[in-house]
Ligand binder design. Structure first.
Ligand code: NAP
Ligand code: ZN
Length: 347
């Protein structure tokens, strides 16, 4: 299947127009014409090979929404014209215990990412900075027409990546929850923690984001560069979700957890981060991590968003603005997710 999009040819090259082929859709596949694609910080990490092992040419993008243009003969959930979304995962073994329990990102054979991966036949996968995508029905999600479609796109990664750990650690009423970093993931974590009924504290290095954080649902905002402000919260949190993209002192957050509290990392800085054994044994604290979310819980999150009218706060941009958008993400200067407008993609 012919596709057109934007690709990085190497870790130092800017993203440029790129014609490529996707596999022809099979009986279980859905073809989606892409209307919008969010820009995740992971796109930048991978385009610039910050995690190592990047595969080029790379078409990034795993926050994909659009309309179904074709379905294979065995497809049951979708028909042509339906709204649909594709996130971070496009193939898993479906046979291991983790897949069978709805934990596809933890597939023991290895989950195949929407881009910068090879599928089980060895073919490279290409993401959503493009005009179309083909994916098996199992990894395609139904989207409610009630919501602004462009603002739904970031739910496919930033949404599910924050929703999954908040649900896993039972965030809700009578829980004090911290969200670290007010970016794409962080602002969705903040909206969800607030909506689920938790007392929510936003940590940020950007004082200028304070009013936004309060509007997005924070009960309190803490400027994390101020040790006195941080110390006021020592030993008080049930759960903290760390959404920061760069190396930082995680012990400062471990110290804020109460007895049996958990700090969960979803941010993926390229360097290891050291934990203090004393910060961990005090209050029997747990330090954990979480990766996107399963297919069933992704649909549950999308349905919850439709019911509660929750979407991402976005800046809709053209493909010509891609280089500027990457630079602004690196400066933590986005409110709060860039979304590429498919109408501006011209061959
Ligand atoms: P983003 O929009 O760039 O947000 C990151 C935020 O981190 C910034 O807005 C900033 O918040 C804070 N920050 C940045 N540099 C910092 C520094 N040096 N010290 C302290 N805070 C800093 O990125 P994103 O798209 O939300 O992604 C966040 C991270 O999650 C990335 O590493 C990404 O790869 C990862 N990720 C993981 C998963 C997963 O499955 N676990 C899925 C998607 C993304 P303030 O201005 O508020 O301080
Ligand atoms: Zn992402």
């Amino acid at each position: 299947m012919k596709s057109f999009g934007y690709a990085a040819q190497s870790k130092t090259s800017p993203l440029t127009p790129f014609h490529f082929d996707r596999r022809e859709p099979g009986p279980t596949d859905v073809v989606v014409a892409i209307d919008y694609c969010g820009i995740c910080h992971s796109d930048i990490h991978q385009a610039r090979d910050e995690w190592g092992g990047s595969i080029y040419p790379m078409v990034p993008g795993h926050e994909i929404v659009g309309r179904v243009t074709a379905v294979g003969s065995d497809v049951k959930k979708f028909k042509v014209g339906d709204l649909a979304g594709v996130g971070v995962t496009v193939q898993t073994c479906m046979a291991c215990d983790n897949c069978k329990s709805g934990n596809e990102p933890y597939c023991t054979k290895g989950m195949v990412g929407t881009y910068n991966a090879k599928d089980y036949d060895g073919n490279p996968t290409y993401g959503g900075y493009a005009d179309n995508i083909v994916a098996p029905e199992h990894y395609v999600h139904s989207i409610s027409p009630k919501l602004n479609l462009a603002a739904v796109a970031p739910l496919l990664c930033a949404g599910i990546t924050t929703w999954s750990p908040l649900k896993h650690w039972n965030v809700g009423p009578n829980k004090k929850v911290g969200i670290v970093g007010l970016g794409g993931l962080g602002h969705m974590g903040l909206k969800f923690a607030h909506s689920l009924g938790a007392y929510t504290v936003q940590f940020t290095t950007s004082e200028s984001k304070t009013n936004d954080a309060l509007k997005l649902g924070a009960n309190e905002v803490v400027i994390s560069k101020d040790p006195e402000n941080m110390a006021k919260h020592t030993g008080s949190f049930d759960f903290i979700l760390d959404c920061v993209s760069a190396p930082h002192d995680i012990n400062a957050y471990l110290n804020l957890l109460k007895l049996d509290g958990t700090l969960c990392l979803v941010g993926l800085p390229e360097q290891p981060m050291l934990t203090s054994p004393f910060a961990l044994i005090t209050n029997r604290r747990s330090f954990s991590g979480s990766m996107i979310g399963g297919m069933k819980e992704t649909q549950e999150m999308l349905d919850y968003c439709a019911a509660k009218n929750i979407v991402s706060d976005i800046e809709l941009i053209s493909y010509a603005q891609l280089p500027e958008a990457y630079e602004r993400v690196l400066k933590s200067d986005v409110k709060y997710r860039f979304v590429l407008d498919g109408k501006t993609l011209t061959a």
